[in-house]
Design a protein around this ligand. Structure first.
Ligand SMILES: C[S@@+](CC[C@H](N)C(=O)[O-])C[C@H]1O[C@@H](n2cnc3c(N)ncnc32)[C@H](O)[C@@H]1O
Ligand code: SF4
Length: 304
C-alpha cells in the first residue's frame, strides 16, 4: 500500500512541480560478457572490461533511491557473470540489497547462456529470433542454450525481449508464438535496433511499420505482447515521441561510474533513430495513459 502511494506523489512532483525525478534506474554492473552479439552497443573486451565492486553498486543504488527511483534494472554485459569475490557477492546479493534499501522491484536482463539463477522480481531474456536468426545475431549455440535455461527455470516472471534488426525481423511472429506457447514464459517486449555504432542493422521505415502492424494484429489476437497499443503506434516513428523527451524517467549508471540522467542515446546523438519501445511507453506514462500503467503493473507482478 505504502508503495502504491509513492506513484501519485512522484507524479505530482514531476508533472505539477516540474521536477525531473527518475522512477527507474538502469545500473550497468559489468562489461564482462560470454557472448559477442552483432548488434551490441555496450559490451567491452580485454583490459577495457571492468566490473563494479559491491560497495560501488551499493553507492549507486543509494544515489538512485535518494534521487527518487524505485525500480532498478541490473544490466551488463551479462549480469549473471557479476561477482565481487572479496565480498562473496553475486547478482542475487545485489537483488537482495536493492529490496532491503526499499526499491519496489528489481529486474535482470540476461542472454541466458548460463542457467537463470537471478531471483529478481522480473527477468528479461533476450531472444533475437528463432534458432537461425538468434544464432546469427548472438552466436552459434546461443538459441539452444537460452531455450534450455528457460526450460529449466522456475522463475515465475520470465519474459522475452527481442531487438529487431534487418536480419531477424522475419522471425518476429515466430518469437511471439514461442512466448505464447512456452509454459515458462509470460510476456514479450520488443525494440528496434538503435544505431549506436553502425547503421548496418537498422530496419527501413517500411519494415518498422510492417513489424508494428504485425504486433498490433498479434496483440488483438491475444498474444502476450507487453508494448501497449498506443505505445506501438508511437513507435512507428521516433518523431512521435522523442521531442517529448521523457527519457529522464529512467536514469543510467555506467560501469565506469558515469551518471546519466537520461538514456545513453541522447549523449550518443541517436534519438532520431530511437527504437526503444520504452521510449514511447514513457511518453504515455507521463501523460497517465491507462493502457501503459496497466501494462507496466502487470509485467512487474509475478504470475499467480
Ligand atoms: C546490453 S544487453 C545486457 C544484458 C544481457 N547481456 C542480454 O543480452 O540480455 C541488454 C539489452 O540491450 C539490447 N541491446 C544491445 N545493443 C542494442 C542496440 N544497439 N539497440 C537496441 N538494443 C540493444 C540487448 O539485445 C539486450 O536485450
Ligand atoms: S549478450 Fe548482451 S551484453 Fe553480451 S554482447 Fe550480447 S547484447 Fe551485449
Amino acid at each position: 500500500m505504502k508503495e502504491m502511494l509513492y506513484y501519485p506523489w512522484w507524479f505530482f512532483q514531476c508533472k505539477v512541480l516540474g521536477k525531473r525525478k527518475p522512477l527507474q534506474s538502469v545500473i550497468f554492473i559489468t562489461d564482462l560478457c560470454n557472448l559477442h552479439c552483432r548488434h551490441c552497443s555496450v559490451v567491452k573486451e580485454g583490459p577495457e572490461a571492468k566490473s563494479k565492486s559491491l560497495a560501488e553498486v551499493r553507492n549507486e543504488l543509494q544515489y538512485c533511491y535518494d534521487a527518487g527511483s524505485r525500480f532498478v534494472d541490473f544490466e551488463g554485459g551479462e549480469p549473471h557473470l557479476w561477482r565481487d569475490k572479496e565480498a562473496g557477492a553475486d547478482i542475487n546479493t545485489l537483488v537482495t540489497l536493492a529490496r532491503e534499501m526499499g526499491f519496489h522491484s528489481t529486474t535482470v536482463t540476461t542472454n541466458a547462456w548460463l542457467p537463470i539463477t537471478a531471483h529478481s522480481d522480473l527477468i528479461w531474456v533476450s531472444l533475437d529470433g528463432l534458432k537461425e536468426a538468434h544464432d546469427d545475431q548472438r552466436g552459434a549455440g546461443s538459441f539452444a542454450r537460452a531455450m534450455e535455461h528457460i526450460g529449466a527455470s522456475e522463475h515465475p516472471n520470465l519474459n522475452v525481449n527481442m531487438v529487431i534488426t534487418n536480419r531477424n525481423y522475419r522471425d518476429f511472429e515466430g518469437v511471439a508464438r514461442l512466448v505464447k506457447e512456452h509454459p515458462h514464459l509470460r510476456k514479450m517486449s520488443f525494440s528496434f535496433y538503435v544505431p549506436y555504432t553502425s547503421r548496418d542493422l537498422l530496419v527501413s521505415p517500411e519494415v518498422r511499420n510492417a513489424v508494428i502492424d504485425k504486433a498490433i494484429e498479434l496483440k488483438k489476437a491475444g498474444y502476450p505482447l507487453m508494448n501497449s497499443m498506443a505505445g506501438l503506434d508511437l513507435l512507428r516513428d521516433p518523431q512521435n515521441f522523442i521531442h517529448k523527451k521523457q527519457c529522464w524517467i529512467s536514469n543510467f549508471i555506467t560501469v565506469d561510474g558515469t551518471r546519466l540522467s537520461a538514456c545513453q542515446g541522447e549523449a550518443a546523438g541517436v534519438c532520431e533513430d530511437c527504437g526503444f519501445g520504452m521510449g514511447a511507453e514513457m511518453t504515455l506514462l507521463f501523460s497517465l495513459h491507462p493502457e501503459m500503467i496497466k501494462a507496466g503493473l502487470s509485467v512487474r507482478s509475478a504470475r499467480s
